[in-house]
Design a protein around this ligand. Structure first.
Ligand SMILES: Cc1cc2nc3c(=O)[nH]c(=O)nc-3n(C[C@H](O)[C@H](O)[C@H](O)COP(=O)(O)OP(=O)(O)OC[C@H]3O[C@@H](n4cnc5c(N)ncnc54)[C@H](O)[C@@H]3O)c2cc1C
Length: 606
């Protein structure tokens, strides 16, 4: 974005005055409940993203009219006050950036503003904590022991054991989180710190199993700086790209030391909401025993990549070799010397092709549609590096700051910020792309050339972060064929153009469906349809149908079904957005009024 390209910086004192002038006027207008005056401090082209602090929602409004509407509907009860500049404002290319703290009637928050010509271009407001319900940290941390002599002393272990024995049986949790992957675990940790009685139910036996069960060669595609969990960052010697089983172990340790009530080997079967009681009736199978839980709030953390898309093809029943979805792929060991056909050309397809080739299989990749391929090093350098890297840490950008800077970019214009990153990468890696295209690989960089990350946010698919397999495709070590599969025979995969591929193994690296589909299995089609599609921005680009939502549909915010929530995403999103979801749940647990502004409507039923 040219506006943010570097230029001569004015004196800090001038910048502070500039930011202060705006802030004083803004605060005065808000205090006077003068919506028109407040709106006049926004540019015509403006965005206000609010994470819970004004709207009890995750919402971005665009343009002055929308800002006015937000203020008219929220100002009185939000009562924002005590705005103050935090640190020194900065300026680049005519945009002044400043961090602010502020308070509302119910909480304390952080804001970030970008001013152009003294008016708001972008504003981010976020709720950090609820007054009177702050997390017990630092000076208010628990003592952990009662010094003195007490014949009725109860130890920490005894307390934990009785909590674990009673919760869900003698007492009911406020919240049940279904799905104990990293998403459910991070949310569970936050709710524990906020004192919200919570059970996390997980089909697998142990925390971390959802990573352990993935294909053998998997390591995180995102680097460590992007992946920290709340409260307990990875140590400084943690690998840049953690192998999946190591992440599994970390999650298991984390769930234990963060004192989660984690019910492993527990499958949620069905749930219905009782309007009168304002509680869910949730039936779970806990290690073979049926238990009915009645939480007030139900969170689905079932995984954005949770429901495998398995194509139904004629002849599958005749095929004599092994066939499975990528999520069921056991790894390459059994396939040395065998013929493997991997259908798909995104992350899992490449990872699995690479591992099969390393094991000595004869591998063919079937590319059905174009893919965005970005070399991991290039993504680290240009995409994530400025916010999530050792270089960012050294320049003082800690994880929270990075998360907030990232959150401060409205989705509507994020593609404009992303495009130059991928333009640079395409230029830098031109030779690499040329080789791939020469091998027949169909590349894309998103409908509007905004690259991999926008594809992730819009559709959660369509890309490969290259850690080596692209080279195998480029040099023909992995054979590439393009087209749609029409059928399987006893020993072959047959494409629509008549190409026949001999196969001992077929892997369907064909992606995952919306979490809505998984939720429907538990709450029923009717409730799932009332909620609508989960994920996507409504950009109208491939696989992200409109209308424009401006936030990730149904994620971390109130839905059309009372007391039903969705949580998940990559490690960064799980970390960052679990805070806002936890605060919304805590407020409800405490009976704090939570008037939701701009409740999303339903689009695209399951
Ligand atoms: C191959 C692959 C590579 C990836 N690489 C990365 C990466 O590098 N970095 C990153 O951040 N993300 C990555 N992701 C995305 C990844 O899916 C998520 O980051 C992560 O798994 C999401 O965590 P989650 O808790 O939301 O979902 P999941 O880990 O999918 O957890 C959902 C859990 O819900 C449980 N569950 C489902 N139904 C029920 C039920 N009825 N009852 C009880 N439990 C149930 C499942 O068993 C599962 O454990 C990758 C995904 C895949 C598939």
């Amino acid at each position: 974005m040219s506006r943010l390209a570097g230029s001569e910086a004015p004196l800090t004192t001038d910048l502070t005055t500039r930011a202060d002038t705006w802030l004083t006027a803004f605060q005065d207008a808000l205090a006077a409940r003068d919506v028109e005056r407040a709106v006049s401090l926004f540019a015509e082209d403006c965005y206000w993203r609010d994470l819970v602090s004004f709207t009890w929602n995750l919402l971005t409004v665009e343009g002055r009219d929308a800002v006015a509407d937000l203020l008219r509907n929220t100002l009185e009860h939000t009562d924002p006050h005590d705005f103050a500049l935090v640190g020194e404002p900065t300026e680049a290319d005519g945009v002044t950036e400043a961090w602010l703290s502020f308070e509302t009637a119910t909480g304390r928050g952080t804001a970030h503003v970008r001013l152009v010509d003294g008016k708001v271009w972008t504003l981010l407001t976020t709720l950090d904590e609820l007054k009177g319900h702050e997390e017990p940290r630092r000076t208010s941390r628990p003592k952990g022991v009662e010094h003195g002599a007490d014949r009725k002393r109860v130890t920490w272990l005894e307390r934990r054991e009785s909590e674990q024995a009673e919760l869900g049986y003698a007492t009911q949790p406020e919240v049940v989180v279904i799905g104990g992957g990293q998403g459910g675990i991070a949310l569970g940790a936050r709710l524990r710190q906020l004192g919200v009685p919570t059970i996390v139910v997980e089909r697998n036996q142990r925390p971390g199993d959802s990573w352990r069960r993935r294909y053998k060669s998997l390591a995180l595609h995102d680097p460590v700086w992007y992946d920290h969990l709340p409260y307990l960052p990875f140590p400084d010697n943690w690998p840049v790209f953690a192998p999946k089983d190591k992440i599994g172990d970390w999650l298991e340790m984390y769930a234990r030391v963060m004192e989660l009530n984690y019910w492993g080997s527990t499958t949620a079967r069905s749930a219905a909401y009782d309007e009168r009681e304002q509680r869910w009736s949730l039936t779970v199978d806990r290690d073979g025993q049926e238990v009915t839980l009645s939480p007030r709030q139900l969170v689905f953390a079932l995984g954005v990549s949770g429901k495998p898309n398995v194509p139904v093809l004629p002849g599958q029943e005749k095929f004599l070799g092994d066939q499975h979805h990528s999520s069921q792929h056991p790894g390459p060991d059994a396939y040395a010397g065998k013929k493997a056909v991997v259908i798909g050309s995104n992350n899992s397809a490449h990872d699995i092709c690479g591992a099969l080739w390393e094991a000595g299989a004869e591998v063919t990749m079937v590319q059905r549609s174009s893919t965005c391929v970005i070399k991991s090093d290039s993504l680290m350098e240009h995409g994530l590096g400025p916010l999530y890297s050792e270089r960012a840490v050294e320049s003082g950008v800690d994880t929270r700051t990075a998360d907030l800077i990232f959150a401060s970019l409205p989705y509507r214009i994020m593609n404009e910020f992303q495009k130059p990153i991928y333009d640079t990468i395409r230029e830098q890696d031109a030779g690499f792309y040329e080789k791939l295209e020469r091998a027949g690989f169909e590349l894309d960089f998103g409908d509007d050339d905004s690259g991999l990350f926008m594809k992730y946010l819009r559709r959660g698919s369509g890309y490969y972060i290259d850690v080596g397999a692209a080279q195998l495709v480029a040099d023909g070590s992995v054979r590439l064929v393009k087209g749609q599969v029409s059928e399987l025979t006893e020993r072959e995969v047959v494409l629509e153009d008549g190409t026949r591929l001999e196969a001992d193994l077929v892997v369907y690296a064909t992606g995952f469906g919306s979490m809505n589909g998984l939720a429907a299995d538990i709450v029923g089609e009717q409730v799932a349809d009332r909620v609508g599609k989960v994920w996507g921005l409504g950009s109208g680009t491939t696989k992200d149908p409109g209308p424009w939502e401006g936030e990730q549909r149904n994620m971390w915010k109130p839905t059309q079904q009372q007391a039903l929530w969705f949580h998940g995403g990559n490690l960064h999103q799980s970390r960052h957005y679990s805070l806002y979801l936890a605060l919304q749940l805590k407020a409800r647990a405490e009976g704090i009024p939570t008037p939701v502004y701009g409740l999303q409507s339903t689009h695209h039923t399951s």
